[in-house]
Design a protein. Structure first.
Length: 127
């Protein structure tokens, strides 16, 4: 078993990707950053080493809901998908959970919150 986890982070906001990447510095999290769901699909189709996906719901092109539908329908990923969202609409969050997300975290979040959530679903402790 590896001593780190690979987290695929999918978010169209470069600032969010950069912030998350910096928050994982010094932890056992190895982030893989992508700014769209199309690229994320290609990565999970070709890389079975991803341990967790951290998915933004609101993105142009293909949003997080569409991504979850495709992943569930085509059985592309059977590990935890955690949604990150600025939404406060419980119906939309519940919809994402029904589509296969395992949990969610509201933006903005701090390092402690995200690491605790990853610890909850990771095969190893990330810090």
């Amino acid at each position: 078993m590896s001593n780190s986890i690979k987290v695929l982070i999918v978010d169209d906001e470069q600032a969010c990707l950069a912030s998350l990447s910096m928050q994982f510095f010094g932890t056992k999290v190895k982030p893989i950053l992508v700014d769209n769901a199309f690229e994320a699909l290609e990565i999970i189709k070709n890389n079975n080493q991803i341990d967790v996906i951290l998915l933004d719901l609101m993105m142009p092109g293909m949003d997080g809901f569409d991504f979850l539908e495709i992943v569930k329908r085509d059985k592309l990923f059977n590990k935890p998908i955690i949604i990150q969202t600025g939404l406060v609409n419980k119906v939309q969050i519940d919809n994402a959970l029904e589509l296969g997300a395992i949990d969610y975290i509201n933006k903005p979040f701090d390092k402690k919150q995200i690491l605790e959530l990853l610890n909850k679903y990771s095969p190893i402790k990330v810090y």
